[in-house]
Design a binder for this molecule. Structure first.
Ligand code: UDP
Length: 321
């Protein structure tokens, strides 16, 4: 097949391109380099099955042409990273909602399948763990900027599923849970690349709050393979899937593990949320996916545990510096 990846020069998008090319598929990428980077796709440029364009998905005639040439669209372009969301809420909301609508409009004109990337953030402050796809979404107030990300991605999901119901557009929604791996930048707040860079530089590891909040980190290679498989599964159309790992780790434990594996003697510094983000910042204490739906659909089984993931990020960061 020929795939179009929006946000294909980003961290997940570039791995997605690699996985598809490795499977013998053709790949087009569109990316405005707002958070992506040419470095992420430089090694793919010589592949005859690969092409890319640096532009925004809001360029409607261009997007129409790219969608027309593709069989399936992996829509990964979005404003991501808690830092970016807190600092630029307008950009977050308009990029996420406007960009997704633009993709769905063009896909609907041509009847092309869309794999729509959403996020575990949509579960918000829900405290029923693990999170299942049919669970209620519990948002915080609109006065707290962080929730604009969850709310905008929830609107994307509604819109995608509405296109499926009303216009028969084949759409699959995937909720990604803390995807990590090589090429992820710490610039927008993501914890693992931040800790690894801090450890390798011998700087303090900045653990926010008491560090007892936990996450399940999933290896980007597992995530992109799952997305390819879901794109090939007819029964996935019109469905929502959690994609990730259900191995939970506290942020304090993560910091300890990164320190140990990097052989660093950096101290661990506890920083209050107010100082790390903004006054009144709200975080989620736990975020664990129920993976039974995706396991039943494609036999999904994460291949790489947290140690394997950390060592791949350490190797990547060492290589880069
Ligand atoms: N975090 C931290 N130190 C950092 C960056 C993040 O302790 O330098 C915490 C953050 O508050 C959250 C967790 O690590 O509880 C995961 O943060 P990230 O931004 O990677 O993803 P999120 O789960 O918030 O989307």
């Amino acid at each position: 097949m020929k795939a179009l990846i929006t946000g294909g020069a980003g961290f997940i998008g570039s791995h997605m391109a690699e996985a598809l090319l490795g499977g013998g598929h053709k790949v087009s990428v569109i990316d405005d380099l707002s958070t992506g980077a040419m470095d992420n796709i430089a090694h793919l440029k010589s592949d005859p099955g690969f092409d890319y364009v640096i532009d925004t998905i809001l360029n409607a005639p261009l997007l129409a042409e790219l969608v027309d040439r593709a069989d399936v669209v992996f829509h990964l372009a979005a404003a991501v990273g808690v830092r970016l969301i807190v600092d630029s809420p307008v950009r977050t909301i308009s990029t996420n909602i406007g960009g997704t609508e633009a993709v769905l409009v063009q896909a609907a004109k041509k009847g092309k399948k869309v794999i729509l990337a959403s996020t575990s953030e949509v579960y918000g402050k829900a405290n029923k763990v693990p999170f299942s796809e049919g669970d209620d979404l519990v948002m915080g107030p609109t006065t707290k900027g962080r929730w604009s990300y969850a709310a905008s991605k929830a609107v994307d999901e509604f819109l995608g599923l509405a296109y499926y119901k009303e216009k028969g557009l084949p759409v699959v929604v995937v909720r990604l849970f803390n995807t990590v791996g090589s090429r992820q930048t710490g610039r927008y707040g993501m914890v693992l690349p931040t800790f690894v860079r801090q450890a390798l530089a011998g700087e303090p590891l900045t653990v926010y709050d008491d560090g007892n909040q936990s996450r399940c980190f999933s290896f980007v290679g597992d995530v992109v393979n799952a997305l390819v498989e879901l794109s090939l599964l007819d029964t996935a159309v019109g469905q929502v899937y959690n994609v990730g790992s259900d191995q939970e780790i506290s942020i304090l434990e993560l910091a300890g593990l990164v320190k140990e594996m990097a052989g660093a003697d950096s101290p661990i510094e506890l920083i209050p949320y107010d100082q790390a983000y903004e006054e009144g910042f709200e975080d989620m204490r736990r975020r664990v996916p129920d993976l039974s739906k995706i396991k039943a659909a494609i036999g999904y089984e994460p291949s790489t545990d947290i140690r394997g993931i950390i060592s791949s990020v350490i190797a990547f960061e060492k290589d880069r510096s």
